[in-house]
Design a protein around this ligand. Structure first.
Ligand SMILES: Nc1nc2c(ncn2[C@@H]2O[C@H](COP(=O)(O)OP(=O)(O)OP(=O)(O)O)[C@@H](O)[C@H]2O)c(=O)[nH]1
Ligand SMILES: [Mg+2]
Length: 442
């Protein structure tokens, strides 16, 4: 075999901006949020802080400004920019994180004026994805998102600190280098897209195999940190990564679990959603979105320990509407699951918004049994509990049912084996044809 590296495996070594976007060493941040009239979410700064924390950046200070609309040149007002600059030097911050998406021009102007690294919420989320992506596909998706985001921003933003030669309005010596950087990025984007197409068709094949099986699929969806992986572990006895961080799970995982009464399901752990998901990252959710679209049931986890469970709930529904249920086809039923009831949060106040919800603690195992019976009732609506007497001649059927955990033996009589089971109409019919008699049905 030749040792020649695959063309699309070659890293963009000289991608100064890519590096800048990824590596947080000992950086410490000031967070800046703009409060616009349409922003209802008061916890946006708190969320930005936990995103920064997830990326490994401690927050030194937070600053906010209320405005009717973002300033076209600086996002915040010019006066605020000066304040940020003073604060940055006072507290020793090396990065300023803006809660929103900056235009390339705003990023450049802010960096030039403040003299510190400037990033926005979109970049921060992409960086977290880049740091945490564990599968090849996730890594490629994130890199693609970063490169697409980077392309229109190559000029200027990020250069203020490194190339003092180029003044405003001049076509500095960097111009040719810039064009060659752009070329390299375009090539890399193309190479990644080609690779991803291959991965996608493999995934489609796996999914097809999965959907052809008779085991129903239950997708766990919810805001990031709502407890999806914890619930998966509780239901399937697995050890998926659980962390008090945003985006702990960055790829979907499928596990088999018991629903009780001998019924099985495939539970699918998915990537958590977040308010105002950066547009460039949507393709990174492809596997999650497909799994949700094709599920037989969606469990929507709501974190009762969050400061704003209803906002998070709405953000998830919006993402489902915009990205999952894009055509008119049939939609899987959704069961809302209020999680973390052990925290004694505002469960009662929320009861009205979530009248049909199940309430559980995935961590403590509270309410999980009744959740399972709710799931069974949705997936197997025609199952009925019966007590039957099955003639000895048909004991093979009894063996099969008890072996699968679908029935329990109550006793033996002169006529046959008495069993109790929760059966579908078809199963019951089959037993009756074999001579079984129903002695009790619920
Ligand atoms: N108190 C309490 N904490 C919980 C419960 N369920 C999950 N948690 C905690 O919530 C945090 C997030 O849990 P995860 O299972 O990683 O959440 P997730 O939805 O998979 O998160 P992402 O993969 O990051 O989207 C962890 O610290 C869990 O221990 C619960 O029922 N009660
Ligand atoms: Mg998870």
């Amino acid at each position: 075999m030749s040792a020649r590296p695959e063309r699309d495996e070659q890293p963009l070594v000289e991608d100064r901006l890519g590096e800048r976007a990824r590596v947080y060493g000992s950086e410490r941040a000031i967070l800046v949020s703009l409060v616009l009239p349409q922003n209802r979410n008061a916890d946006s700064l708190r969320e930005l802080e936990s995103l920064a924390d997830t990326a490994g950046i401690p927050t030194l200070a937070c600053m906010t400004q209320s405005r009717l609309r973002p300033d076209p040149r600086y996002f915040v007002g010019k006066g605020k920019v000066e304040e940020i600059k003073a604060a940055a030097s006072e507290v020793g911050a090396d990065v300023i994180i803006f809660d929103g998406e900056l235009t390339p021009g705003q990023g450049r102007n802010l960096e030039e004026t403040i003299g510190a690294k400037v990033i926005d919420r979109t970049q921060l989320i992409m960086d977290i994805f880049a740091q945490r992506a564990a599968t090849k596909e996730a890594m490629l998706q994130v890199e693609l998102a970063q490169l697409r985001y980077l392309l229109p921003r190559l000029r200027g933003w990020g250069e203020a600190l490194s190339s003092f030669g180029a003044g405003i309005g001049t076509r500095g010596p960097g111009e040719t280098k810039l064009e060659s950087d752009r070329q390299k990025i375009r090539h890399r984007i193309h190479a990644i897209e080609t690779r991803l197409k291959k991965v996608e068709s493999e995934r489609a094949l796996q999914r097809k195999r999965r959907t052809q099986g008779s085991t129903p699929q239950v997708a766990l969806v919810g805001y990031t940190n709502s407890g999806k992986s914890t619930l998966l572990n509780a239901l399937c006895g697995t050890t998926a990564l659980v962390e008090d961080k945003l985006f702990a799970t960055l790829s979907t995982a499928v596990r088999r679990g018991s629903l009780g009464e001998g019924r099985l399901a495939l539970f699918i752990d998915t990537v958590g959603f977040i308010r105002a998901l950066p547009h460039h990252l949507i393709p990174a959710f492809a596997a999650t979105l497909e799994a949700v679209r094709e599920a037989d049931l969606i469990l929507h986890l709501v974190d009762l320990g969050s400061p704003a469970p209803e906002d998070e709930y709405r953000a998830v529904l919006e993402t489902l509407e915009q990205e999952v249920f894009i055509d008119e086809g049939p939609r899987p039923p959704i069961l809302d699951v209020l999680n973390k009831i052990d925290l004694g949060g505002p469960a009662e106040n929320l009861a009205e918004s979530f009248s049909a919800a199940a309430a559980i603690s995935a961590k403590e195992g509270l309410g999980v049994e009744s959740l399972l019976s709710r799931i069974r009732a949705i997936l197997y609506p025609n199952d009925a509990l019966v007590v039957l007497s099955v003639p000895y001649a048909a004991s093979a059927l009894v063996h099969q049912l008890t072996g699968e955990g679908r029935a329990t033996v109550k006793g033996y009589t002169g006529d046959g084996v008495e069993i109790q089971a929760t059966l579908s109409p078809e199963e019951l019919e089959r037993l009756k044809r074999a001579g079984a008699r129903v002695s009790l049905s619920a």
